[in-house]
Design a protein around this ligand. Structure first.
Ligand code: C5P
Ligand code: C5P
Length: 482
């Protein structure tokens, strides 16, 4: 059972939000859904839009890279009346309260918030009930609780809530499992037979990639002699007597027999340990796999992590509508097109990851490491590039990484990432970024979680921002020590 204090109040709030939203639907209001562009944002939007469509609502969706103050003002002017914010809004509650006091506002979010906003708002956020929104429930999860309260038959949407949660890297339990309120969502998904949970080889691409490619591309965990070495991967499989193909088709990890899986894992773990890799890291080959049982085998939608990666690609490459269409059930044209988008996205990621490993590209301050992608790295991709660089240890992990890139409107996009270890030492990036932006000149808006945060700052203020951020991190580390 979920032990979290505030759990009942949170669930009651989701029920209240559902009846309020259904009231708007019955009043035939045009509902404006506004969502964030990453995997969790698109999953959350997919859940809310599906629930709205099933209830017969009139609605419209807009996907934003960020809800800036200026955008809140524009939304009221352009659209007026009923707004549903998903995966954003809580961090911008002051702006929404200022400009949308006369609108009907629903917020389904999991970002830390500075308050609940105007009493007329329906603000659903785990943090407001002392529930950890960084690891225990994502925006898609919050949207799912509301959708389930709107109609119990929306229980099938629990699968998308799992996609959102793994997209935001909330699989922080034992063997990469989902915990807290996410675990309740997993129970629903099993009950509805939309998701199967297993302990299995969890390497990325397990549903879609040929086995030797999956092995070659794995950076998490890093397998010495295998990662990055296609020939060695094929040879290893051959030596283990594991056929690469079945007829004309490449086999995937998910298609291996139990016996083949055991042989493969035993050999990979043996190799890793012989190279001095910590047994714990070696065991991380095995983890919790969330399989979307109703999706076709061999498609990226079958594995929750691959699904989230596909959505992320759609959002970040400028095709969020395609991702939402897939979330809402399109398995034809849009699904086919997303595959191209995903390949383009992967190519770009690889290019950027190579760039940041060039000598002297990443610089250091006392408590931070940073790089500026300027116009070379697309600002919509700077977040994932930084997340991957940190999680796959392409960069040092002794201090947070700050990534910068030129954005629109003469602004610089900032993404910062830490590690669990740094968070344990007292670092809270969301707080640090807010302190830093208050102390620099020009437009600046930011926020986020302890482990991942972002901002937009005025061009020209980067140096001052880094100095202030460094100070904030120093204070956080000092406070923890004393
Ligand atoms: O906006 P939002 O909360 O959805 O995004 C959180 C971001 O932080 C995601 O891009 C997620 O991948 C990233 N993250 C991370 N490392 C973690 C947890 C989250 O890079 N441990
Ligand atoms: O954009 P990026 O992926 O770096 O964002 C990291 C985290 O910070 C996300 O959870 C994002 O929603 C949050 N964020 C925020 N306010 C901003 C920018 C990012 O709360 N202005």
């Amino acid at each position: 059972m979920v032990q979290e204090q505030g759990y009942k109040e949170f669930v009651d709030k989701t029920s209240e939000s559902a009846s309020r939203l259904l009231n708007e639907v019955r009043g035939n209001a045009k509902i404006h859904v506004v969502s964030h562009l990453d995997a969790d944002g698109l999953s959350a939007a997919g859940i809310i839009c599906s629930a709205l469509r099933r209830s017969g609502a009139r609605f419209h969706l807009r996907v934003l890279r960020q809800l800036r103050r200026k955008r809140v003002q524009e939304l009221v002017q352009e659209w007026g009346d009923v707004f549903v914010f998903v995966d954003l809004g809580s961090g911008q509650i002051a702006d929404i309260s200022e400009f949308m006091a006369n609108s009907k506002v629903f917020i389904f979010d999991h970002h830390p918030s500075t308050g609940s906003g105007s009493p007329s708002f329906t603000h659903v956020n785990p943090h407001l009930y002392n529930i950890d929104g960084t690891n225990q429930i994502s925006a898609a999860g919050v949207a799912y609780f509301a959708a389930r309260a709107m109609d119990p038959s929306n229980i099938d949407l629990s699968a998308l809530a799992i996609v959102g949660a793994v997209g935001d890297q909330q699989d922080k339990g034992e063997q990469r499992s989902l915990i807290g309120l996410n675990a309740e969502i997993v129970r629903d998904a099993k009950k509805a037979s939309v998701v199967e949970v297993s302990k299995d080889i969890r390497l990325f691409g397990r549903e879609t990639r040929p086995i030797h490619i999956t092995l070659e591309y794995t950076t998490e965990p890093y397998i010495p002699g295998i990662t990055g070495n296609g020939d060695a991967c094929a040879k290893l499989l051959l030596n283990l007597g594991i056929p690469l193909k079945e007829g004309e088709n490449w086999r995937t990890i998910s298609s291996l027999t139990q016996d083949e899986k055991t042989r493969l894992v035993t050999e990979l773990v043996r190799r890793m340990m012989s190279k001095g890799i910590d047994p714990k890291d070696a065991e991380s080959l095995i983890g919790t796999v969330y399989t979307l049982a109703k999706e076709d085998k061999g498609t990226p939608l079958r594995d929750a992590r691959e699904y989230s990666s596909l959505l992320n690609a759609c959002g970040r490459m400028g095709f969020p509508g395609m991702g939402i269409a897939v979330c809402m059930g399109d398995r034809y044209e849009n699904l086919r097109e997303t595959q191209d988008v995903l390949s383009q996205y992967r190519r770009k990621l690889a290019e950027y990851l190579e760039l940041i490993q060039k000598p002297n590209f990443v610089k250091e301050t006392e408590h931070l490491q940073y790089f500026n992608g300027e116009n070379t790295i697309d600002d919509r991709m700077i977040g994932p590039v930084t997340s991957i660089a940190v999680s796959s240890r392409l960069l040092k992990s002794d201090r947070p990484v700050v990534a910068l890139a030129n954005s629109e409107d003469n602004l610089t996009k900032v993404s910062i990432r830490a590690t669990d270890q740094l968070v344990k030492k007292g670092i809270d990036l969301g707080k640090a970024i807010q302190e830093a932006i208050q102390q620099i000149e020009g437009e600046a808006e930011g926020g986020g979680h302890d482990i991942a945060a972002g901002a937009f700052i005025a061009k020209g203020s980067e140096e001052m921002f880094l100095l202030r951020l460094d100070d904030s991190i120093e204070r956080q580390l000092d406070n923890k020590q004393h």
